[in-house]
Design a protein around this ligand. Structure first.
Ligand SMILES: NC(=O)c1ccc[n+]([C@@H]2O[C@H](COP(=O)([O-])OP(=O)(O)OC[C@H]3O[C@@H](n4cnc5c(N)ncnc54)[C@H](O)[C@@H]3O)[C@@H](O)[C@H]2O)c1
Length: 393
């Protein structure tokens, strides 16, 4: 087969832009030509471009004109306008998580703790609608960069559900660690919420996806979420929280713990935890209890490798696993963390969709259900756990 060539532009030059570029180097079936990068931080864009021998653009529009697809690697507040700009020019948009959200009323002193959460749901549903409308009119598509969908353990579970005709009764999962690095993450007005959206979106989307897989395998009809009850907490902002220096605790107006109890239209359930208060490295997993099997998808940590290191300093220049507090004693270094996390598989699949029209697993509709569920969950949490219906698209 002759490989097709796809021209690519990257928007944003920070953390996500860095791992996207690394994954592009591993795409096999498509020739990827990275044309350039654009970021509002021009210095950062120039340094990013120089390191990779690509062009730094001074205009996003000019970059979009030159390419077939753009990678939206900016903070969530900018996802909608950038993706829509690409779609309007008939281009594909790979959009980082979360798809979109509500970032306040524009006031400098906007406070995520106190505003009515119905506003967040109304505004984010309107944002999703604008994005889906732009996609419908475009020759391009939104490819939602939810790496959990492409994690090998989740894809193996997809195969099990499809081939055995399983009925998934209950899923529980979690994404947690000791706190995100980005300074802007502490403010609702930049991140669109706290840990419930920032981390909860990952296991939630995987759970939503597997119920779609189940329904599609049974009768071609995805099983969608119907209602949610949720609780959130700001544990590191409790007056009596004692900071021992292991957990980030400078959050301004966001939650650092959340639980969503999701009820699907067939009455089955999922319980999704997300938190920023867990030590011992990233804790990302999804457990599936079905009528014919039970699976635990360990995304991080996994036990592909176990190492005992008697002296911390021996491993000073060895990366073991993300956000671990110590490398001394027994640990589970990941021999290829990106692979277990699904990043390279995600990029390979996206470029197959763009170049050859392969079926897309992580769609805008899945992303829309995720956003709708999470902002409905924030309303529930505001009402200390009352069940709230979920609008799907
Ligand atoms: N899938 C994952 O595992 C994962 C991990 C980390 C981050 N993310 C997501 O990636 C996105 C970016 O996060 P990050 O950690 O890379 O942030 P970052 O702060 O490291 O980088 C953001 C970049 O976007 C640029 N930028 C900001 N506004 C812009 C605009 N309007 N137009 C163009 N450039 C703009 C900034 O200057 C910076 O270069 C977020 O949506 C985040 O949730 C996903």
């Amino acid at each position: 087969m002759k490989k097709k060539t796809i021209r690519t532009g990257i928007i944003g030059a920070g953390f996500a832009a860095t791992f996207h570029f690394e994954c592009l180097k591993k795409v096999h079936d498509t020739n990827v030509e990275v044309e350039g990068v654009f970021s509002t931080d021009t210095e950062q864009a120039k340094s990013y471009a120089d390191k990779r021998d690509i062009a730094a653009y001074d205009s996003m529009e000019k970059l979009i004109d030159k390419v077939d697809v753009i990678h939206v690697c900016t903070p969530p507040v900018a996802h909608e306008p950038i993706a829509v700009a690409a779609l309007e020019k008939g281009k594909f948009a790979i959009v980082e998580k979360p798809l979109t959200g509500y970032f306040g009323d524009g006031s400098e002193d906007f406070n995520g703790d106190t505003f009515p959460k119905q506003d967040a749901l109304d505004h984010s549903l309107a944002s999703i609608k604008r994005m889906l409308d732009a996609e419908k009119k475009s020759k391009g598509r939104i490819l939602y960069a939810e790496n959990w969908i492409y994690a090998p353990s989740i894809q193996k579970e997809r195969e099990i559900i499809e081939k055995t005709g399983a009925q998934v009764l209950w899923m529980h999962g979690e994404e947690a660690h000791s706190g995100s690095h980005a300074t802007t993450y502490a403010y609702w007005k930049f991140s669109g919420g706290g840990v419930m959206i920032g981390k909860g979106c990952h296991p939630l989307t995987a759970a939503l996806y597997l119920k779609c897989v189940e329904g599609n395998a049974r009768n071609g009809k995805p099983i969608r979420p119907k209602a949610v009850s949720a609780r959130t907490a700001a544990l590191t902002r409790l007056e009596k929280f004692e900071d021992k220096g292991h957990i980030r605790c400078d959050y301004h107006d966001i939650d650092d713990f959340s639980l969503m109890h999701v009820i699907f239209e067939d009455g089955t359930i999922a319980d999704i935890f997300a938190s920023d208060i867990v030590l011992g490295g990233i804790h990302n997993w999804l457990e599936v209890s079905a009528n014919n099997h039970r699976t635990i998808c360990n995304i991080n940590p996994n036990t592909a490798m176990a190492t005992y290191n008697p002296v911390e300093s021996y491993f000073s220049d060895i990366y073991t696993v993300e956000k671990t507090g110590t490398k001394q004693g027994w640990s589970n270094p990941s021999p290829d963390e990106d692979w277990f996390t699904g990043y390279p598989q995600e990029m390979e699949a996206f470029y197959r969709t763009i170049a050859y029209g392969d079926t897309l697993e992580s769609t805008s509709n899945l992303a829309a259900d995720c956003i709708s569920t999470i902002y409905s969950a924030y309303i529930s949490a505001e009402k200390t756990g009352t069940e709230v219906p979920i609008q799907t698209f």
